[in-house]
Design a protein around this ligand. Structure first.
Ligand code: FAD
Ligand code: FAD
Length: 325
């Protein structure tokens, strides 16, 4: 059932088997499996996550390579609702461990917000990350191209970049090293730092040896039309022509709500076992939020694994059903 401010009261006494934080690729996949294992789950989704920004899912077996992330989300939402899952548009603010259950505090509604608390035996953290983008005065100018031919993921879109003139947008010297991986796909790389980091002499020399120009001037705006970036206008009035771009500026991790729990982290990623269980036995982490490859195929497989591990545990602790005559 779709929950809202109007009807969510009905579920406040209910203890779900699982609350899933994040209704992206991984969270929805977990919900499909959990509901098919006849467990009860609630998916909570804040909206506009990473799979929403994915304009084309280009490498998922069985789907046309121009499938938008939004299609995946819509179909996934319908699928989980048809299986009897609950779905709530809301932002998870905190998860508290109460021993037998978790208390999940949610902000619902941007205006006149309410803060219901839902309870579950297990939590699946499927809240993902979001890519940092070049910060320009007019951010709409960046959003016009980000996810189209201004890419954020080399694994996803290196193929699209192949042999094109590519701008690599970074804010640290370490990220400049992306150029030496990107050159598998294209050697026509121009690195833009916007002057946000110092670049060592050794790195300057390395770029020079490879023939990759380094541009440190601030960017005024991206040039292009119809979601196709064709270059960069610099603050000094000059322009650089490009056919595509890759942003390598790191990510923001949606993990604030977990910070009150004692969990094992690897940087901002959660560490899990092979079934996606974190160091907390009733908390699972899947997809981009956990260590590993950031791909839809992985998030979906993680959701399958986490749901199966949870089912196994709940099933083993339950009395067998007998055929009583
Ligand atoms: P997400 O799909 O990001 O789902 C997490 C969800 O949690 C989000 O919807 C978010 O809104 C929600 N959320 C976060 N915090 C909270 C909170 N506190 N409360 C409630 N909800 C919350 N991958 C590929 O495999 N192939 C591609 O071609 C590809 N192209 C991409 C192109 C772009 C432009 C981008 C940005 C990504 C692309 N990716 C691609 C990567 C892919 O989107 C991710 O790997 C995938 O979505 C990860 O799934 P997830 O479930 O871990 O996270
Ligand atoms: P496969 O898809 O089996 O691919 C292996 C291929 O290798 C086969 O095509 C085989 O012909 C070929 N092969 C084997 N030996 C050789 C050789 N020596 N030389 C050349 N080729 C060889 N999974 C789900 O997720 N959801 C479902 O609803 C679901 N329903 C299923 C229903 C049925 C009836 C069956 C049989 C399976 C179902 N599965 C389902 C399971 C799913 O089919 C498998 O998990 C999945 O196909 C595994 O992928 P795979 O690539 O490992 O193996």
């Amino acid at each position: 059932m779709k929950l809202s401010k109007k009807n969510l009261d009905q579920r406040l006494e209910h203890v779900y088997d699982v609350v899933i934080v994040g209704g992206g690729a991984g969270g929805l996949a977990a919900a499909v499996y959990l509901q098919r294992y006849r467990l009860s789950c609630l998916v909570i989704e804040k909206g506009r996550g990473r799979s929403f920004w994915m304009q084309d899912l280009r490498n998922y077996l069985g789907l046309p390579s121009d499938t938008p992330g939004r299609t995946l989300l819509q179909q996934g939402q319908q699928h989980v609702l048809s299986l009897g899952a609950d779905y709530l548009a809301g932002f998870v603010e905190a998860v508290h461990d109460e021993g037998e259950t978790f208390a999940v505090k949610v902000k619902v509604g941007k205006q006149d917000s309410i803060y219901p608390v839902f309870r579950s035996k297990y939590v699946v953290a499927a809240s993902g990350i979001i890519d940092r983008l070049p910060h320009l005065e007019d951010m709409q100018n960046v959003y016009d191209y980000a996810g189209y031919n201004l890419h954020v993921c080399m694994i996803c879109d290196g193929y699209e970049i192949a042999d094109k003139q590519c701008g690599l947008f970074v804010e640290t010297e370490a990220a400049i090293n992306t150029a030496f991986v990107l050159n598998w796909f294209t050697p026509y790389i121009t690195v833009f730092t916007q002057g946000l980091c110092d670049v060592s002499d050794a790195m300057r020399q390395k770029l020079k040896d490879h023939g990759y120009p380094l541009v440190e001037a601030p960017i005024d705006r991206l040039l292009g039309h119809d979601h196709e970036m064709t270059g960069v206008a610099l603050a000094d009035g000059s322009t650089v022509e490009l056919e595509t771009g890759l942003v390598a500026m790191g990510s923001q991790y949606f993990n604030e709500y977990l910070k009150g729990l004692d969990l094992q982290w690897s940087g901002e990623n959660l560490v899990t076992d092979s079934m996606c269980r974190t160091s907390h036995p009733r908390l699972f982490a899947i997809g981009d939020l956990k260590e590993g490859l950031n791909q839809v195929s992985i998030a979906v497989a993680d959701g399958t694994l986490a749901a199966t591990a949870i089912w196994r545990e709940i099933r083993r602790a339950s009395a067998p059903r007998r055929w009583e005559s």
